[in-house]
Design a protein around this ligand. Structure first.
Ligand SMILES: [Zn+2]
Length: 470
């Protein structure tokens, strides 16, 4: 883990410059991997198989994980199907125009062709080389943040990467799966994931089609889809340790983490954090949220960045949150602090209209959209969902406990039931049959509490009842 401390000399400068009174350096730490997980894993799929849309998409959805799909432009993949995957937060990436022996000359044109068909937040930022042959590296790096090869060991490199990533971003390794590959069974996948959890590293997998499925041109080295299903199930069970995310997203996180400075100082009960980096290229904005923790003794915290609320959690003497570098000052205010707190007039003001006003619900969902979620079991969804759908109704009489007035329940665009402003309150989610599917406690900010099958759900927060659907 990176450990960056705000130097004492700088703290003194802050006092002089800003005149904020007594100011103290604070320890702030950027997580090696999102959510302070120990290792990262990326599943990549080549050749744009029909089964990637019909089988891989639903399988990943079942576990809340996202993958990378590398398309061959001239093979005319199911563009609307892959756009659907992009809309769910998967990464769509390039695998050349023609799938020739070497894609040199198609670095920019394949990117632009896919960009014309697929709309996604970060654009087309990774490429997988056909036949594992590295094309023109400088053309790759002018257009992509990752150029993916096949097994590292085939080129005398490691198959997994360490926490600092590859030595050459134009040669990022991924291990072949399936009949012709090294990874065939669930145990093969989980073994690799265990390995990177041990080493704080990053493993990537390269899959084509699936045994017995509609694979189109992706007929090389078919993989047993149940092996991947088992791997994702294992990952979900070990989600606190393994970060499963698309190749481009892990690469952005890693590059930003290595380049970012986090500096924190405190004044009174308010801590201010600056998170900045100077990476600049023509490929990406490098605005993927980083996971941070700051030493914190308070029992409640309201974390905002540029005034917008961030999801946060207090645990073991730290406050944890995710924030976007270069996106404005981060302020952590505790109860009774000088900054906005969960009990401040802002939340009181909105509380009167929350139960019925869609405008207020929209506002909460927007602030959720720009914050992040590495504390739930979903590994993606950071900031990517810029809007959410409010679908909640609550028509009961206003509760006697005034702190329940500002509670809001809504559905995020990545299909989670989200509860807001329920600090310390018991939360129970019932399915349409009346069975309890989740019990938890409110964190005092927006938190994803449940995702599951389509249908109606009842969410009880303290004495309040909300009806919602997925
Ligand atoms: Zn291929």
């Amino acid at each position: 883990m990176e450990f960056k401390t705000f130097p004492k000399a700088m703290a003194i400068t802050a006092v002089v410059t800003f005149g904020v009174g007594l100011s103290f350096a604070q320890d702030v730490e950027i997580a090696t991997w999102s959510g302070f997980r120990k290792g990262a894993a990326s599943f990549t799929f080549d050749d744009g198989a029909p089964s990637h849309v019909t089988d891989a998409g639903p399988m990943f959805k079942k576990y809340g994980y996202k993958a990378t799909f590398n398309l061959v432009v001239n093979w005319n993949p199911n563009w609307s199907g892959f756009q659907g995957l992009a809309d769910e937060g998967h990464e769509i990436a390039s695998h050349s125009n023609t799938h020739g022996n070497n894609m040199s000359g198609e670095e920019a044109s394949s990117k632009n062709a896919i960009k014309g068909k697929i709309n996604q937040k970060y654009g087309i930022i990774t490429v997988a080389y056909p036949n594992c042959n590295v094309p023109n590296e400088s053309a790759v790096l002018q257009n992509y943040i990752v150029g993916r090869i096949c097994n590292g060991s085939w080129k005398g490199m490691g198959d997994e990467m360490g926490k600092d990533g590859p030595s050459n971003w134009a040669q990022v390794p991924a291990t072949m799966t399936g009949a012709e590959g090294q990874l065939k069974s669930t145990n093969d996948f989980t073994g690799r994931m265990q390995k990177v959890i041990q080493s704080n590293g990053w493993a990537a997998f390269l899959t084509h089609g699936f045994q017995g499925k509609q694979n189109g041109n992706a007929n090389y080295s078919p993989t047993d889809i149940n092996a991947i299903d088992g791997a994702l199930k294992w990952a979900q069970q070990n989600d606190k340790d393994i970060w499963v995310a698309p190749m481009g997203h892990v690469a952005m996180y890693l590059k930003e983490r290595k380049a970012s400075k986090a500096q924190a100082s405190s004044s009174g009960s308010t801590i201010t954090v600056q998170l900045t980096h100077n990476i600049k290229d023509n490929v990406s904005n490098y605005d993927y949220p980083l996971s941070l923790r700051v030493k914190y003794s308070g029992s409640t915290a309201n974390v905002t960045q540029a005034g917008a609320k961030l999801e946060s959690k207090i645990d073991g003497g730290y406050v944890y949150f995710d924030a976007v570098p270069n996106a404005g000052e981060i302020v952590i205010a505790g109860e009774g602090g000088s900054g906005p707190s969960p009990e401040s007039s802002a939340s009181v003001k909105s509380s009167a209209s929350v139960p019925t006003s869609s405008a207020t619900v929209e506002k909460s969902s927007n602030s959720f959209g720009r914050s992040s979620n590495s504390f739930g079991r979903s590994s993606n969804s950071f900031g990517r969902s810029s809007s959410s759908t409010a679908i909640t109704s609550s028509t009961e009489a206003l509760p006697e406990d005034p702190s329940l007035l500002s509670v809001a329940v809504f559905r995020s665009s990545d299909n989670y039931i989200v509860v807001a402003n329920a600090q310390g309150k018991p939360i129970t989610v019932f399915n349409s049959l009346g069975h309890v599917v989740r019990t938890t406690r409110g964190l005092g900010c927006q938190q994803k509490v449940y995702t599951g099958a389509k249908g109606m759900y009842i969410v009880k927060v303290g004495s309040r009842t909300f009806k919602t659907s997925l």
